[in-house]
Ligand binder design. Structure first.
Ligand SMILES: [Zn+2]
Length: 253
């Protein structure tokens, strides 16, 4: 019976490990979601700024074309002024030249203002581009580290599953059935008893049952929680002894 209890405990420990590793493998990929969200947000902002800048550039191009056309008109007005034959023609041509000049000056002043703002925006955009690139690099290296981590977790999981299956194979069918039912109902099936108290439900066992457990001739269940119980000190020796055993084996190997 002692062996069966040992196998049941091994089964329970490896079941816990398998569950932990499965959870870790499921939760790991989501850990980079905040960084991915940050990057997407930054990228959206950057795209909007870039679109605005492109719009401004298009506007500047149109303004420049208008200025060029007005310069042509100014030349024509100046030619008319030179060709004027009387004071009436001269007066009209002068006004036209003056109007064109003013229009060109105004347009150029506005274009200059917008161009200055545009230049500042371009510099800012370049700096933000660099920031986004930094976040992207961070994400890529984090993803690399994560996939490595995930690989390690999956390898450990495969190993834990092998260990669990080996433990299951050692447990008698009748106990396996009880174990599975209890594990499904209570979370775990095997509980230690410390100083006469079931550690599964914290009830003090009847002294007689505690004495039966001391003999280790049978597998007993806790009257309250139904878990398979054992005296902790009989299956799990005190910590220093447990720690010394593997070290001794290592030095032999
Ligand atoms: Zn109990």
């Amino acid at each position: 019976m002692r062996d069966q209890l040992v196998f049941l405990l091994q089964l329970q420990q490896s079941d816990v490990k398998v569950r932990e590793l499965e959870t870790a493998a499921t939760q790991l990929p989501a850990k980079l979601d905040p960084l991915r969200r940050d990057l997407a947000k930054l990228q959206t902002m950057l795209d909007a700024e870039r679109a605005k800048l492109a719009e401004t550039d298009a506007w500047r191009k149109t303004q420049q074309e208008l200025i060029d056309r007005e310069r042509e008109l100014l030349k024509a007005a100046q030619a008319k002024l030179q060709a004027s034959k009387n004071s009436k023609e001269f007066g009209a041509a002068s006004r036209e030249v003056e109007n064109k000049r003013k229009s060109i000056t105004d347009r150029e002043a506005e274009l200059k203002k917008v161009s200055e703002v545009s230049a500042t925006s371009t510099v800012q955009l370049q700096s933000r581009d660099k920031d986004v690139e930094g976040v992207r690099t961070e994400l890529t290296s984090s993803e690399d580290a994560q996939s490595e981590q995930l690989g390690a977790i999956r390898a450990a999981l495969a190993e834990a599953i092998t260990t669990r299956d080996a433990a299951r194979a050692q447990v008698d069918k009748q106990w396996l059935k009880i174990y599975d039912t209890l594990a499904a109902k209570r979370g775990y099936a095997v509980a230690p008893v410390v100083k006469g108290v079931c550690q599964g439900c914290h009830m003090a066992l009847p002294p007689q049952l505690n004495n039966i457990l001391a003999r280790m001739e049978s597998i007993e269940t806790c009257p309250r929680c139904g878990r398979l119980v054992y005296r902790k000190e009989l299956l799990e020796p005190a910590a220093p002894a447990a720690a010394a055993a593997p070290a001794a084996e290592e030095s032999k190997a």
